[in-house]
Ligand binder design. Structure first.
Ligand code: ZN
Length: 132
């Protein structure tokens, strides 16, 4: 099989990206770490939630009658200074250990990946319940 351009290791390369939890389904778009954009000390996925949601909506991959902010969402960045990944996500996602585990598995993230909430990543349910 061809297609993997990693000569140095058999391990799959970790990825950065953005994601949603739409009902029980993970919707993810990612970039290999080596192809990620540089932003200060960070390697990041270049896209944003608003644009990607609009594209997926057009392709019929996500429900058309809902807003990108409505579903719990998050992002994975890599800090090139500390050499650590951080997974920022809505509380509704971080609370679900099986979803976090699946995300880390799909994106090949190391076990020392930091988990964090982010004030931007609050779904309608979070915003309605708790405006800390
Ligand atoms: Zn939420």
């Amino acid at each position: 099989m061809k297609g993997c351009s990693q000569p140095h290791t058999g391990q799959p390369e970790p990825r950065v990206g953005i994601f949603w939890l739409v009902d029980k389904r993970l919707v993810i778009d990612t970039t290999a770490l080596s192809e990620a954009s540089k932003y200060g000390d960070f390697s990041i996925y270049e896209g944003d939630h608003i644009t990607l949601w609009a594209e997926m909506e057009k392709r019929g991959e996500v429900p058309r009658d809902t807003d990108y902010e409505e579903h719990p969402r998050g992002r994975v960045n890599f800090n090139t200074r500390t050499q650590q990944f951080t997974l920022y996500a809505d509380r509704c996602i971080l609370r679900k250990k099986d979803v976090v585990t699946k995300l880390m598995h799909v994106m090949h993230l190391p076990s020392d990946t930091a988990l964090s909430t982010d004030e931007h990543y609050r779904c309608y349910r979070c915003l309605a319940g708790n405006r800390q």
